[in-house]
Design a protein around this ligand. Structure first.
Ligand code: SAH
Length: 221
């Protein structure tokens, strides 16, 4: 990530095409599509990958981690149905692209990363720090959530969760929603959990995706 990047007409053109692809794959929420149109995804990758940034694919960002595929980001965001000023907890900051989409939709974003290097890099090099003051970065284990800042309207897990972490269910507000790729096999099933006002939970299943695993504990390097 570098601050010397430009968002040219060429990049904007590539972005229009990318949003079209995501739309053709079935994303219908216009606010999600508009947010993606507004965010220069090439700022989240090294300079050499400007064109690849606008292909609908995941991409390595270092430390063995990936920036999620645009379609996947759109899919999870659409399931969350974000409204301005909602408090949203994201597990797996990674490149900060997904957090930026949530911030562009007006959410107050709390994002946790377990890898110290990635967390520190994001603190220093996040290119939109001044634009999106509504993103707060944390270094920690997403399985535990952020009890100090709970409860949240929405929680999003962006790594493959082998089970639904109970701490995260506890940190949801009544009517709150948790979206996660669930499973420990090669593919995971996108799952949405809604907390009732009586504290009960409803589960909905969606399409299958491939995520990097949600790992336990913090990584020091
Ligand atoms: N939302 C990211 C996707 C990154 S990939 C983006 O838009 O780019 C998933 C990320 O989850 C990785 O950075 C990985 O280190 C992180 N992760 C995995 N297990 C975690 C955990 N228990 N707590 C916090 N982050 C975790």
């Amino acid at each position: 990530m570098t601050n010397s990047k430009l968002d040219t007409y060429k990049h904007k053109g590539l972005r229009i095409k990318l949003v079209e692809i995501v739309k053709n794959k079935g994303i219908t929420d216009e606010s999600v599509l508009a947010a993606m149109q507004n965010i220069p995804r090439h700022f989240f990758l090294d300079n050499a990958f400007d064109k690849i940034a606008y292909e609908d694919r995941a991409f390595p960002i270092g430390e063995g981690q990936t920036i999620s595929q645009p379609y996947t980001v759109a899919y999870q965001t659409q399931l969350l149905n974000i409204k301005p000023r909602e408090k949203v907890l994201e597990i797996g900051t990674g490149s900060v692209y997904q957090a930026t989409v949530l911030a562009e939709l007006g959410a107050l974003v709390f994002t946790i990363e377990r890898q110290k290097k990635l967390y520190e890099k994001n603190l220093i090099a996040y290119p939109f720090r001044n634009k999106y003051k509504n993103i707060k970065f944390f270094y920690g284990d997403g399985y535990k959530g952020l009890p100090t800042f709970a409860p949240f309207d929405k929680i999003l897990i962006t790594a493959a969760a082998p089970y639904i972490p109970d701490d995260l269910l506890q940190q949801l507000k009544p009517n709150g929603v948790l979206v996660l790729p669930l499973g420990s096999d090669e593919t995971q099933t996108m799952t949405r959990i809604t907390k009732g006002i009586d504290g009960s939970f409803t589960e909905e299943k969606f399409e299958d995706f491939v995520f990097v695993p949600m790992l336990k504990g913090k990584a020091e390097s």
